[in-house]
Design a protein around this ligand. Structure first.
Ligand code: SIN
Length: 261
């Protein structure tokens, strides 16, 4: 897009995109955002105060099928827009203090999440992202080959029996658009690697969880009211900071599930 400015935010992932008005984005602009997401994995788009519920759903639909969460409250206006909220007296953040990607316990899993900031604490409440494709690339070739043969079971905690709350995915999943492999495990939803004994699975997962969030694979996103952040859940994990006690933080999220190609 000629009038957009794309500024990388860190060496490993993330870009700020200026000059975009998501409210007016049509197929061409949304296609361009998808291409930028393939390249940068996380996109920060500021100044989207006019971004409406209808815009949010429409942008979400351009990346996949908006997911209606069976256990987390949506906003009254639309079932696919989740409230990501922490009240002043809450002690835990919305997603818990885990690095995770969104909705990995379904098949197909989440493609892209789009988070819109509505109310923010005066300071704090940043979100960290880590590039799990780069983390895969930085494994030794032997370990890359081995983890590429393994699969892991993902479950929504406490709902292990539901058909739509448990799924098995490759430990190093191939991105359907780019063909690039990325680690696809996270401590919020993954319970074990299927081909290994329990102790072996625990040890390998512990290593991969630590490896994929090494500081050199990360970017830190500082929020502004009205800002929209888009990320690819197939190539990133994220962590919301819990460092603003006594303040409210409220964002709205659409997560689009991958469409079979
Ligand atoms: C989420 O886990 O999707 C929310 C991230 C955040 O609150 O920054």
């Amino acid at each position: 897009m000629n009038d957009w400015t794309v500024t990388p935010l860190a060496a490993s992932l993330g870009a700020r995109v200026d000059g975009v008005r998501l409210t007016d984005a049509g197929d061409v602009e949304l296609g361009a955002l998808q291409n930028l997401l393939d390249e940068h994995h996380v996109l920060v788009v500021s100044g989207q105060d006019e971004f409406s519920v209808a815009d949010h759903v429409r942008v979400g639909e351009s990346f996949g099928d908006p997911y209606v969460h069976p256990f987390i409250d949506a906003i009254p206006e639309h079932p696919a827009i989740l409230q990501v909220i922490k009240e002043p007296d809450d002690t835990e953040t919305f997603g818990g203090e885990f690095w995770h990607c969104d909705i990995s316990f379904t098949s197909p899993p989440a493609a892209v999440s789009i988070l819109h900031a509505r109310e923010l604490p005066p300071i704090g409440g940043d979100t960290l992202f880590a590039n799990t494709a780069l983390a895969f690339d930085r494994l030794s070739p032997r370990l890359q080959a081995w983890v590429s043969e393994l699969t892991a079971t993902h479950v929504y905690p406490g709902k292990e029996e539901g058909p739509s709350t448990a799924a098995t995915h490759p430990v190093a999943r191939i991105h359907p658009r780019t063909g690039r492999r990325a680690l696809y495990v996270n401590p919020a939803f993954v319970i074990r690697i299927e081909e290994l004994e329990r102790e072996e699975s625990d040890a390998l997962l512990s290593f991969l969880f630590t490896h994929q969030t090494r500081s050199e694979f990360q970017v830190r996103v500082r929020w502004e009211t009205g800002q929209v952040v888009l990320w690819d859940n197939r190539t990133t994990v994220h962590y919301a900071m819990n460092d603003y006690p006594g303040h409210r933080r409220r964002l709205q999220r659409v997560t689009a599930l991958e469409r079979p190609r």
